[in-house]
Design a binder for this molecule. Structure first.
Ligand SMILES: Nc1ncnc2c1ncn2[C@@H]1O[C@H](COP(=O)(O)OP(=O)(O)OP(=O)(O)O)[C@@H](O)[C@H]1O
Length: 341
């Protein structure tokens, strides 16, 4: 749905005219929720704003639904932008207009008749759960309610894509979860492709299918959320994963433990889905002389899919028996990484 090739943006007034983003290649599929994560100044906003050409890239291409955005004239761009909704960290609502008027605003711009407009506003109020607040002004709403207005307004013209610029960064954790649940619901019900930027791994873990990690204007890592989460490669990614799990920190400690305790074979096993709750490890070793000790472990879930990661020391038995246990676990579909031999 969105094909970005070799995108670069240099702001004229940036010191040394370093690119704010460069060598950006991204292919985002229709219907997916794609997250871009990075620290402040990594280039996330610049990249997001290039997608709907709020920021014009210095070079490179952006195709949306096969149409090259950088070649559209002003009128074509205006039409195209109606199909790309956007929500913002600070909501950007019209403070002297009511909730209903804020939601109606993009509909008025697109010139639809009054009856259709009113019906659509009601539909949108229902979708985001704000029926009772239609006649309130933004300053009478909580942060979460304001973002619901932002979402309803962004969806007014039935967009195919929703761009989310740090949409939950100004919200408390509970409200963040409610807004993320709403975004996921919208994605599932309406099939809208969502591209979001954030500096919180928790946001990525809760709703994204794939993620790109940015640092100093570059994408340094990209992949399925589960893969990136369970096996982060780049230091920046490891930092972000550390935000939501202390697993990485525990792994560091593992290497500094008493050497007299390190006999045996250390493995890290990863379970995904219903396997997480099955006693596969025990079932696998029980008919052998191999025994195991669980050194560390975590069970959590990503976008509703449970996963578990354990660091296990296998001891006893012959080396062939240990190798057979590892093979058996792999046959069961469990990922096994041998950490020491
Ligand atoms: N309009 C602008 N003019 C000049 N430089 C800019 C402009 N917007 C962003 N930059 C610079 O481009 C770089 C990337 O900024 P950008 O806002 O895209 O990063 P970000 O990852 O979104 O950061 P944040 O999370 O703090 O918003 C930074 O060095 C920033 O100072």
């Amino acid at each position: 749905m969105i094909h970005i090739e070799n995108l670069q943006k240099v702001y004229e007034d940036m010191p040394g005219r370093l690119p704010a983003i460069q060598k950006i290649h991204l292919h985002i599929k229709r219907g997916e929720i794609f997250g871009i994560i990075g620290h402040s100044g990594a280039g996330k906003s610049t990249l997001l704003r290039c997608v709907n050409l709020l920021e014009r890239p210095s070079s490179g291409t952006i195709q949306i639904d096969g149409e090259e955005m950088t070649r559209l004239d002003a009128r074509q761009l205006q039409t195209k932008r109606r199909k790309i909704g956007m929500i913002f960290q600070h909501f950007n609502l019209l403070s002297s207009s009511t909730v209903a008027e804020n939601i109606a605003f993009p509909l008025k711009l697109s010139g639809i008749g009054q009856a259709k407009l009113q019906a659509r506003v009601q539909e949108l109020l229902d979708l985001v759960g704000l029926q009772e607040h239609a006649h309130k002004y933004p300053n009478q709403l909580s942060g979460g309610q304001k973002q619901r207005v932002g979402i309803a307004r962004a969806l007014a013209n039935h967009p195919d894509i929703l761009l989310c610029d740090e949409a939950t960064s100004a919200l408390d954790p509970q409200t963040t979860n409610a807004i993320l649940a709403l975004l996921l619901d919208i994605n599932r019900k309406l099939g809208i492709t969502i591209l979001l930027i954030t500096h919180e791994m928790q946001v990525i873990r809760a709703i994204c299918d794939r993620v790109a990690v940015m640092e100093k204007g570059l994408i340094v890592e990209t992949g399925n959320v589960l893969d990136v989460f369970l096996k982060p490669q780049h230091t920046v990614t490891k930092d972000f994963v550390g935000q939501v799990s202390d697993f990485a920190a525990q792994m560091e400690n593992e290497h500094s433990e008493d050497p007299s305790d390190t006999a045996g074979t250390l493995i890290r096993i990863t379970y995904i889905g219903k396997q997480t709750y099955e006693p596969i490890l025990f079932e696998t070793v029980k008919l052998t002389d191999v025994s195991f000790a669980i050194l560390q472990g975590t069970i959590s879930s990503m976008k509703g899919v449970p996963y578990g990661q354990l660091v296990v020391r296998l001891t006893g038995g012959q080396p062939e028996e240990i190798a057979a246990v590892i093979d058996k676990l792999r046959q069961e579909g469990i990922e096994v990484e041998v950490m020491t031999l």
